[in-house]
Design a protein around this ligand. Structure first.
Ligand SMILES: *Cc1c(COP(=O)(O)O)cnc(C)c1O
Length: 401
C-alpha cells in the first residue's frame, strides 16, 4: 500500500504478494520437469490467451517488440516498404518497423483519444500515394516506396478507431498490425460488424507485451502475437525459433525470440485475474473522473468514446502547466509518469529523417501536456482522493481555475 504516506505511480508488489503461492507453484512445475523452453506451459498459455483475445491463434514470444517485428515480417512487410504508425507511442513500435526492414512514417493522432486519426490516414493515402498498376501496391510519391502496412496503437488501454482504419486498409491494400501492447482485454464496438471486438483480434495480426507493468505482466520479459491466420501464426512460430520448421531444419533465418516456460506458467496464473483487474482499473478511472470533474477548466480527463471499452493501462490527464503540476505532486509524495514526453518523430534516433516540430502538431501538443496518474488494480479510493486534493491545492496556489 503506501510507504511513508507516499503514493507510488505503480505498485507491482501487492499483486505478486497476493498470488505468491500460485506463482511459486508455476515456477516449481518448470523446475520439476526442467522444461524451460516451450512445452505444455507455453502451449497452454497460448491457447488461453487466444481465447481471451477472441482469436484462433496466439504465439508466445520474448517481448512486445519482438511480437511487433515478427508480426510485421510474417504479414509480408519487406525491406524498403513504408509502414504507417503514430508519433505518440513507445519507440518499440517504430523500432520493430525499422527492424523488419521498412521505413516508419507517421499519421497524427486524434486529440481526444490519443490514437490514430482515421481522417488523417485517409488524407495521407489520398494525397501521398498512387497505385502502381504493375504491382497493385500504393506507392508513396516522394519516398518512391510501396506503403504496405499500418500499425494503429491502442494507447493507454484504449482501442484505436478501427472501423475506418480497416476500411481504408482494405481500399489501399494495407496490412493492419495492431500494437495492443497496452490493451489486454480492451474492446472496440464495430458498427460495421455490429458487435464488440477485442483488441488484438481486428487486424491481420496483433502484438502484446507482457512487460511486468502491463495489464498482464510476466515476472520478466514476454510478448505474444495473436491472429486468425494460421499461416501467419506458423511463420511467427518459425521466426521466434531460428526459422525452424522442425528441429534443425531451418527453412528461413529467424531469431531467438521465444517465450520461456516459466514466464508462460506465471502468465497462466495471472491471466485468470486480468478481467477482474481491468474492471478494478475502470472503477479507479471513474473515481478519478468524479474527483477531477470540479477542475474541468484546468484538467482534461480521458475521453471514452461510445465505441470504446478501455482497460486503463494508464490514466492520463491533460494540463497546460504539466511540469509545475508534476513537481507539485512529487513534493507531495505522489508518483506520476509521462507517456511520452517526446513524440517519436522528434527523437534523436530519427534525426536523419529531418522531421521537425510542427510536423505532427496534435501529438506534439499532447506530449507537452499529458500526465499519467497512479493507476493499478490495488489503488485505494483514499489514495485517489489524496491525488485529487493535491491537484486542487496546486490549482489554488496558482489560481489557475
Ligand atoms: C510496452 C510497449 C511495447 C514494447 O513491449 P516490450 O515487451 O517492452 O518489448 C510496444 N508498444 C507499446 C505501445 C508498448 O507500450
Amino acid at each position: 500500500m503506501t510507504q511513508n504516506g507516499k503514493i507510488p505511480f505503480v505498485d507491482l508488489v501487492i499483486p505478486h504478494r497476493e498470488l505468491q503461492e500460485e506463482l511459486v507453484a508455476a515456477f516449481r512445475a518448470a523446475l520439476d520437469t526442467a522444461g524451460f523452453i516451450g512445452g505444455p506451459a507455453v502451449e497452454g498459455f497460448e491457447r488461453e490467451f487466444a481465447a481471451f483475445c477472441d482469436t484462433k491463434h496466439c504465439v508466445g514470444v520474448s517481448s512486445g517488440t519482438d511480437a511487433l517485428r515478427f508480426a510485421l515480417i510474417a504479414a509480408g512487410v519487406k525491406a524498403g516498404h513504408v509502414v504507417l504508425t503514430v508519433p505518440l507511442t513507445f519507440i518499440a513500435t517504430t523500432e520493430a518497423i525499422s527492424q523488419a526492414g521498412a521505413l516508419p512514417d507517421f499519421i497524427d493522432i486524434d486529440p481526444r483519444t490519443y490514437t490514430m486519426d482515421p481522417e488523417k490516414l485517409r488524407q495521407y493515402l489520398e494525397t501521398h500515394c498512387v497505385l502502381d498498376p504493375k504491382t497493385g501496391q500504393y506507392v508513396h510519391r516522394v519516398l518512391g516506396r510501396p506503403v504496405t502496412a499500418v500499425v494503429p496503437v491502442h494507447l493507454y488501454g484504449q482501442s484505436a478507431d478501427m472501423d475506418p482504419i480497416l476500411a481504408l486498409a482494405e481500399r489501399y491494400k494495407l496490412m493492419v498490425i495492431e500494437d495492443a501492447c497496452q490493451a489486454h482485454g480492451a474492446e472496440y464496438f464495430s458498427k460495421k460488424e455490429n458487435r464488440w471486438r477485442k483488441a488484438g483480434s481486428m487486424g491481420q495480426a496483433a502484438a502484446f507485451s507482457f512487460y511486468p507493468g502491463k495489464n498482464l505482466g510476466a515476472c520478466g520479459e514476454g510478448g505474444s502475437v495473436t491472429t486468425n491466420d494460421e499461416g501467419l501464426a506458423r511463420k511467427v512460430s518459425m521466426l521466434r525459433d531460428h526459422g525452424q520448421s522442425k528441429k534443425y531444419y531451418h527453412d528461413i533465418e529467424g531469431y531467438n525470440g521465444r517465450l520461456d516456460a516459466i514466464q508462460a506458467g506465471i502468465l497462466r496464473v495471472k491471466l485468470k485475474h486480468v478481467s477482474l483487474w481491468n474492471e478494478q482499473r475502470r472503477i479507479c478511472a471513474r473515481r478519478y473522473n468524479e474527483l477531477l470533474a470540479p477542475m474541468k477548466g484546468l484538467i482534461g480527463i480521458p475521453y471514452e468514446p461510445s465505441w470504446s471499452k478501455p482497460v486503463y493501462h494508464l490514466y492520463v490527464i491533460r494540463i497546460a502547466y504539466r511540469e509545475e503540476l508534476q513537481e507539485h505532486l512529487t513534493h507531495a509524495g505522489i508518483g506520476t509518469g509521462i507517456h511520452y514526453p517526446i513524440p517519436v518523430h522528434l527523437q534523436k534516433a530519427y534525426a536523419s529523417r529531418n522531421w521537425n516540430r510542427g510536423d505532427f502538431p496534435v501529438s506534439e501538443e499532447a506530449a507537452d501536456q499529458i500526465l499519467s496518474l497512479a493507476m493499478y488494480p490495488s489503488l485505494q479510493s483514499h489514495q485517489q482522493s489524496r491525488v485529487a486534493e493535491a491537484i486542487a491545492e496546486f490549482a489554488q496556489i496558482h489560481s489557475v481555475i
